[in-house]
Ligand binder design. Structure first.
Ligand SMILES: [Zn+2]
Length: 93
């Protein structure tokens, strides 16, 4: 298998904060991401595991759910669960 650059794994994660809820079913959410466009031959571009950890910690502090997109699959979990899936026991540095 040749090693090719792939999108950095941190770019798959985001969380959303409710900004405005309309009188009907309309709601406006603001997405927070790592704003990552890097590619890498490993899972994360250098330093981006820390970037992701910080994103998860931010979500955890605000009580927001993490959205992880893998192709067409979207996994929504709390930050601690997302961290555990990455092998991180806790989010504090
Ligand atoms: Zn990244």
């Amino acid at each position: 298998m040749t090693s090719t650059n792939q999108p950095c794994a941190c770019a798959r994660y985001s969380f959303e904060v409710l900004v405005h809820e309309g009188p009907t079913s309309e709601a406006v959410w603001q997405a927070t991401t790592t704003e990552c466009t890097a590619t890498t031959q490993s899972k994360f571009a250098p330093g981006h595991d820390a970037k992701l950890r910080s994103l998860l910690a931010q979500a955890q502090a605000g009580g927001h759910l993490i959205r992880q997109v893998s192709g067409r699959a979207v996994v929504i979990a709390d930050a601690a669960t997302a961290a555990a899936a990455l092998g991180w026991a806790n989010l504090t540095p």
